[in-house]
Ligand binder design. Structure first.
Ligand code: FPP
Length: 253
């Protein structure tokens, strides 16, 4: 048994996180360290996306949510934006057969209409072609930011209230959640950020209220399956209290 297999065997199979969210940071620095262009770092990052998707599927994780392109990323140099858009379209098309083989369903979160037509068509095609899949759901956040999403939800609800379709007193946390792009998806149990920064960067702010956060200095292209399993082992060693006391949690109250 190699190191990875030993680590996987030591996981508590009854406490695999249902939903893992990831901030894939460090592609640019990885490329710079190798003397490459930033775009080479993003291309290498796609291999990590492939790896973590397969691993998540093999471990029985139900939802994997990846921050592939933020609303703020539109402000990067145009050449880098173009490369990322090209890569996303190319990668989704290339990966589609294997996604289908592994029963992975693609779901898109964000202001997808802002994505250029060519990659957008490929993304919609992958989403529609995998719609019947019942294994891992891969949520790709594209042109996504949490404040954008929360503002959109507020706007929708305000419009409904103005039209008399909803009573403002009926707007509960549950109703609000149902107007977020993640409606119907359970909140992440674990959020992993690679690349050494310890911040949330406008990602799933509402949804991570009780998520366990895991930060690693490893740059995204170097994020290996071993490191992924380490993050899950770390998660399994934490006590999730959701505001209760340790005694209440241990007594299953
Ligand atoms: C952050 O690294 C990474 C991104 C902005 C893009 C992540 C996208 C990919 C890995 C490709 C996505 C493809 C699919 C199919 C989902 P950075 O450029 O901010 O790195 P730095 O902090 O070192 O500069």
């Amino acid at each position: 048994m190699d190191e990875l297999q030993k680590k996987i065997a030591s996981l508590d199979k009854d406490r695999i996180p249902v939903h893992v969210a990831m901030i894939m940071d460090g592609n640019g620095r990885w490329a710079k360290r190798q003397g490459f262009e930033r775009s080479d770092g993003h291309a290498e990052g796609v291999s990590t996306v492939h790896r973590v998707t397969k691993m998540s599927s093999d471990l029985g994780i139900k939802y994997l949510t990846l921050y592939a392109f933020s609303t703020e990323n539109w402000n990067r140099p145009q050449a880098e934006v173009d490369t990322l858009m090209y890569l996303i379209g190319w990668a989704i098309e290339r990966e589609l057969p294997e996604l289908l083989e592994n029963n992975v369903r693609i779901h898109l979160l964000g202001d997808i209409e802002r994505i250029p037509e060519e990659p957008r068509k490929r993304l919609f095609y992958a989403r529609d072609t995998t719609a019947h899949c019942t294994g891992l759901q891969l949520n790709m956040c594209l042109s996504y930011s949490s404040r954008w999403e929360i503002t959109e939800a507020a706007r929708q609800l305000a419009r409904m209230a103005a039209e008399g379709k909803i009573n403002p007193d009926e707007i509960s946390e549950q109703v609000f959640s149902n107007h977020l792009t993640t409606a119907g998806i359970p909140d992440p149990d674990l959020l992993i950020r690679t690349g050494g920064e310890e911040r949330i960067s406008n990602y799933l702010l509402w949804q991570i209220a009780y998520s366990e956060l895991y930060f690693t200095p490893v740059l995204w292209p170097d994020f290996s399956n071993e490191e992924y399993v380490d993050a899950i082992l770390d998660f399994q060693n934490r006590e999730r209290r959701f505001g209760k006391t340790s005694e209440q949690v241990q007594n299953n109250e």
